[in-house]
Design a protein. Sequence first.
Length: 506
Amino acid sequence: MPAPEFVIHTGKNGTLDTTTVEHIDLMMAAAKEKGRLVIHLHGGLVNEEKARAKADELLPVYQGTGCHPVFFIYETGLLEIVRNNVGEIAKEKIFKILLNKILQYAKGKLGTPEGAKGIGGFPLPSEIEIGVALSKVNQEIEPFPGFQTVTAEALTEQEEARFREELSTNVILQEEIQAVVNGAADFSRVEESSKGITVSHQVSTETLMSPDVVSELVEEARMKEGKGIFASAAFFLRAGKILSRVVSRFLEKRHHGLYTTVVEELLREFYLANVGASVWGAMKKETSDTFEQPGGEEKRGGWYFVERLGELLQDEGDLEVNIVAHSLGSVFACNLIDYLAMARASETHPLPENFQLRNLLFMAPAVSHERFAQTLSANADLFREFRMFNLGDELESGYWEVPGVYPRSLLYLVSGLFEVDGDGSGVYDKPLVGMARYLSLSDVYQSEGVPEIREFLEAGPDRVFYSIVDSGDGKATNAVKHGGFDDWDPPAPRKTMESVSEILSI
């Protein structure tokens, strides 16, 4: 386990947890002796134990560059939550029935050319075809890979009504809905993380559906006085919305593949509260909260670190500072840069007004184009050099982050399901800086900060490299999964961290 002078461990709201102010004072003394500092910001997949293990793994790598490393540890554990909850959701009969029928209707609609519909509407692929495709997901074979639409027609009200009507006559589905209602009687189970973040909120013994969805079903059943099994109109309207959104995303060229898009929209409509979206939002907020200091005894980790860094720079103005950020760490990095800029401009803060980072290095950043563009617009002069290492889209979409359920990387899941707009409303296909598709598909992505980031990356040499590539010192990466960029110990691919080491050693 790394010594205290290498780690800043924060708890709820970014306050110092196992780290003390004395530990950070030791950290600054060590940085002063070295004359060089690297701040490592880990990703959103890991819990505290794994974050400390990663710090232990990378400590000698960074020390070999002549830098004193500082590892912020803010324990997230998102991947465990997603895999556990989504894995359980995928076992539910309701989920399976809806996945089957939405996939069948979406493929039928999108695979039928305009003007080729029969009297009863577009033809549907057989249930056998859909069933065979879905039967292979446990072997991690994606249903209908590479599927492309052959129509530009949106789903009509008549087509959606046809879909809802078929669902409403499915007796097994009706029985499962009734079971959800029956299981909601006097039941509530909330699971929280160590920081008080709600990991799951189950209000029926039979499902992990979002509480608002279950409450809607219970209220509808109550109004019908519980007379036998009922066909919930609200439930089928929600299902119709899913089909409509899947079709719309294909027409807008904002889909993530047919099967993946259906899974995303099904989870969004019925299960969003329990798939990790709230955890992702809370994690992002914590990387901002850590720079606030409301007063009192508790110190926020980021705030105190920058205070002490400023004091050190008052005495040692030539201290070199670098940032290396992986995944969610890139959101942390943007918040840190913005706070450093504010501190630099303040007459009362010890950080010198000419302070500048040497290197800002991103690995598979989960920050949105919109958020990074805000930082660049206001504070691009706060760092001298930038480099980024990402997966190409073939790798990003080539493995199952949630085995047997979701055949894309964590960044695809975040983009497709976890992000929100400024008003807090959910969005799909949010452009993330670490995903190649948003930079390459310039005809589709012309807003949300994408043009600004594209221009920034093109303005300087060697600012982005896509795995797998080896273009010389500091320009190589061989990660094949999102979590592999900061790996070092054999047999893991270590080219990315070798590049980081080479850049820091220059």
